[in-house]
Design a protein around this ligand. Sequence first.
Ligand code: 1GP
Length: 240
Amino acid sequence: MIYNTLLTSPEKKFALLIDPDNHNDESLVKALTIANKTTLDFILVGGSLVSKPIDHTVTVIKKTSSVPVILFPGSLLQLSEKADGILLLALISGRNPDYLIGNHVLAAHFLKKSSLEIIPTGYILIDGKSISSVEYISNTRPIPVEKPDIVVATAMAGEMLGHKMIYLEAGSGADRRVSEKVVAEVRKHIGIPLMVGGGIRTPEDIFNLYKAGADIVVVGSAAEEDPEILIQMAAVRDKL
Ligand code: 1GP
């Protein structure tokens, strides 16, 4: 059980995000072969706009890696029974009903019949300086970076609504990642696991975010550019 591992193991976790459109089979296998040399905990699969079939990407990952694969769907086209679990994301920083409940209703029967482990996740988009794909595609506004009180209250509301995890997102390739200050403030106010992603580029970023209170750090773009960086990134928690 993926979520149970999060609750019962005190160790910080490291996740790799695979955006299927940013890989061909060869680059994917190359990245995963490097990841196999590390203590990577999870592989997330998805993106705001994905044109390739998710099933294929998950199949290639499953052939190459034994790390749990968790769907991180930007849309209903990104569901696959071949994965192990799904972050059932509610975009709670936004006010677009499709991303709060509409798509979840459409997916409900599929998800119930599947063997996917469902992890209800309050997904909070924070201004990462440039307009992110999430912002544009979801037609929602990110929370301004100078309003940590709104981030905290949103995370608290997400927990009280029953979400099992909070994901603080600056957007893939963000110019400005989520700050330690915001992570620390949210950490103080919620009891559920806290995941942070978007614009995280260095092992130092990861160290600082863990220290601030992130339980899981997600990296996508930096590993697409240089998969070897996964080795140093996954080793960060040993230095805590
Ligand atoms: C995006 O948080 C993830 O949804 C990962 O972002 O690609 O910037 O690492 P990066």
